[in-house]
Each structure stands twice: as C-alpha cells, then as structure tokens.
Write a protein that binds this ligand. Sequence first.
Ligand SMILES: *[C@@H]1O[C@H](CO)[C@@H](O)[C@H](O)[C@H]1NC(C)=O
Ligand SMILES: *[C@@H]1O[C@H](CO)[C@@H](O)[C@H](O)[C@H]1NC(C)=O
Ligand SMILES: *[C@@H]1O[C@H](CO)[C@@H](O)[C@H](O)[C@H]1NC(C)=O
Ligand SMILES: *[C@@H]1O[C@H](CO)[C@@H](O)[C@H](O)[C@H]1NC(C)=O
Length: 420
Amino acid sequence: MAMEPLLKLSSLTVLLLSLIPLSSGAFAGGVRVELTHVHANAGDTEAKLIQRAIASSRHRLSTFVDRAPLHAGKTEYVVDIAIGTPALAFSALVDTGSDLIWTQCKPCSNCYWQSSPVFDPSKSSTFGKIACSSPLCKALDQHSCNASCHYSYMYSDHSYTEGVLATETFTIGSTSVPGLAFGCGNSNAGVAFSEADGFVGLGRGKLSLISQMGLTEFSYCLTPFGSPKKSSLLIGSLPNPNATAHPVISTPIVRNKSWPSFYYITLNGITVGGTVLDIPSSTFAINRDGSGGMIIDSGTSITYLEYSAYDKVADAFMAQIKNMNTTDQSLFDLDLCYELPPKSNPDTLNLPKLIFHFQGADLELPPGNYFGVDSDTNSICLMMAESHGLSVFGNFQQQNMQVMYDLGNDVLSFYSAECG
Ligand SMILES: *[C@@H]1O[C@H](CO)[C@@H](O)[C@H](O)[C@H]1NC(C)=O
Ligand SMILES: *[C@@H]1O[C@H](CO)[C@@H](O)[C@H](O)[C@H]1NC(C)=O
Ligand SMILES: *[C@@H]1O[C@H](CO)[C@@H](O)[C@H](O)[C@H]1NC(C)=O
Ligand SMILES: *[C@@H]1O[C@H](CO)[C@@H](O)[C@H](O)[C@H]1NC(C)=O
C-alpha cells in the first residue's frame, strides 16, 4: 500500500480542535437526509434482492460466531453525502452495526469501480491526516503508524477498506461538517461495496458519525424492500409524533465493552399466535465473556435468533399454520416457506401474530415484517434464521417503523409509520 506524504503537525492540531464546536452547532435541530435502498434500482426482481440480502447477512453472522476481531458491516440503505472542498458527492451505505466513515481515495492501489469520481485528497483544501497519537487512531482495532495513522477495517463478510485515517469537511443534507475523521481508502474490496462509494457508520464507537459529532439522537424510517420510495434518516434530533395517532414503545439500550459499537437491546421472550414460547430469557443475555446478546442493526437484513429460540419460533409457526403447504422451492434459502395462495400476501393470509417482548416494549410486527414474498417461486418465507452467539434484530423487521435512538438516555423507541 502506498504511503501518503507527511502531514504538518500544526494543521493537524487545528483540524482536531475544529471537532469541538460540532456538537453544539452544526446539526442543531437535526438534519434529515434521504436513504435509497441500494438494490432498488438494480432491475432485479424483489425476490432476487431479498435473496441477495439474506446471503450477505449470512456471511456477516458467520463471523460473529468465530468472534473474530471484525466489525459488523454491509447494509442496504445508502445516503448521498459530499466530501472535501470543493465538495464531491458520493453515496455511502448507512450502518448502525459499524463505526467508520470511509470512501475510496486516490491514489488507488486497489479501488473497485464506482459511479462518481474517486475522491482525490490532493484536490481538496480541507484534507488533513491524523496523527498516530490521536485517540481516533487508537480507536481502530487495526491501525499502523507511518508518520500518520493508517487503518485497516474489515467487515464480517471479509470486505475490507485500508488507507489513511484523515479529516475532511463533509456535507450532509445542506449542512457542512468540518473536521470529521474518516478512512481515505486506497485499497478497498468486497461484494458489499459494489453499490456505494463508501460507508457512514452510525455505531456507538468513537469513530462513528454520531460519536464524532457528539450527537445523542438519530432515527430512521425504512421503506419496504423493493419500494421505490426513499427512506429517511434524521441525525441530531428525534421526531415528535402525535402519541395518540402513533403510540410509542421504548426499551433500554444496553452497552457492553466487548463490542462497543453495538446497540444491544434486551429480549425477554417471543409470542407466536396465542402462545408465549417457552424460551428462557437467558437465551438472549450477554454472556460474561461478551458473547451472546441481541443487537438492533440497520445493516443486517433478516432477524437472527439464537438457535434454541429460533427452533421454537419456527416450530410454533409450523404448528399453527395449517391452511398452506410448505415448500422448499423458494430461492430465499430459509427454513420455513409456504406456497403462496393466488392473489394473496402476508397481510391477507391471517398468519399467526408475532410479538417480540423487549424489556418494557412488546413489539407486535405486521405480518409483512416477518413473512417475505418470493415472487419468483410464489412462496412466502419466515424471514428469520438461527445464529450461534449473537442475535440480531434485522432491517426486514424494521420496515415501516420509525426507529429512534436516544443515546443520552440509552433508550430505543419504535412506532409504526408509513415511511417514505
Ligand atoms: C512509510 O512511508 C514512507 C513515505 O511515504 C514510505 O516510503 C515507506 O515505505 C513507509 N514505510 C512502511 C513500513 O510502510
Ligand atoms: C393526534 O391524533 C389524534 C388521532 O388521530 C387526533 O384526533 C388529534 O387531533 C391529533 N392531535 C394533534 C395535536 O394533531
Ligand atoms: C458484558 O456483559 C456481561 C453480562 O452482563 C458482563 O458480565 C460483562 O462484564 C460485560 N463486559 C463488559 C466488558 O462490559
Ligand atoms: C396442498 O397440496 C396438496 C397436494 O399437492 C393439494 O391437494 C392441496 O390443494 C394443497 N393445499 C393448498 C392449501 O394449497
């Protein structure tokens, strides 16, 4: 990997100091930006999009099992932002399961094709490198030092980005944010990346957009897979819904130092149809070594449940759904699929209800949030799978819901909404 010329210390100091006023000023009142589903324009059938999304979250989960020092990654929603002075637009995947903000950078030792021009730091007047002594450099699991901070950031599907940790001015919505630390990626590769020119990490770690700006509030509302409507991401404030029309439920966000980027939530049990399943709540607890637990993630497609609980959920659906035939023809490659009767959809099929009993919040999902239609094979599948170690509340389950992160109070809230 080619190394970059040395940054003068004086300009570095200025850039780091400029981080300080951000929290108070830049996003006061919040900034709303639109998100596009990355696959929505790809010309594939909705079934193919879902199939691909499931396949990529499988990769993601398989690595958690090994507890390798990888970050969670890969998401399906992109935001259009801009970098540098003059500002160069690029699209970034939005991921609450990882922290780093990055984009491809010249000189490329290994860049994948992207639709917009690759960012060239030598053409920007606001670019600066970050010293190895910076806490932001030390916040990286994998960094090395050669005059300035070099990073290597691996996602759990083995996608990676490597380059120089630097600071730049970013334009988010219509707001200009100076001095954000980001990965200027000179070597980037991964299936996950082909749809966007970089990432915006919204995790809890030091390098995420949220942490760097000192913000304590953000929320998103994700439109259904395949919907042409744009989802929205609100950074720096929370919506204030009419509580009569939109009852809000809330659950504590739990931190664990073993995985500081993750938003853990406490799942005490699950109801399928009329049956509260016999699942010990310890099934989803964080273990003493930091394994286990359940996180909410915008970047994992379907919900993964610890296998002992997953089996009970699948068995309960199987026992209660009697008016359809199961099928193994679906391309989704999920365990529990049914032939879809003509002219029907999950909302008209009278499917058993599904309730997640989070601490303080019983979240009943609409059937369209847990049964997905594979229109290629005319089947529907339970959009969940088993995991061994970490459970993940995925984004298929978060469609058409306002999801609000209040980090000052460590509270996650939901209300159902028509997104887009
Ligand atoms: C460190 O950076 C210099 C200057 O860019 C480069 O010549 C040298 O090869 C780098 N050393 C290592 C160990 O990467
Ligand atoms: C809130 O929603 C309820 C029910 O839809 C409605 O009757 C009421 O007028 C709304 N209140 C405000 C302040 O908009
Ligand atoms: C993670 O959570 C477990 C279970 O609550 C706790 O025993 C452990 O100390 C935590 N680890 C860290 C590093 O926070
Ligand atoms: C289930 O399959 C059987 C045998 O192929 C068929 O006779 C029956 O009509 C199917 N039931 C439904 C609800 O599709």
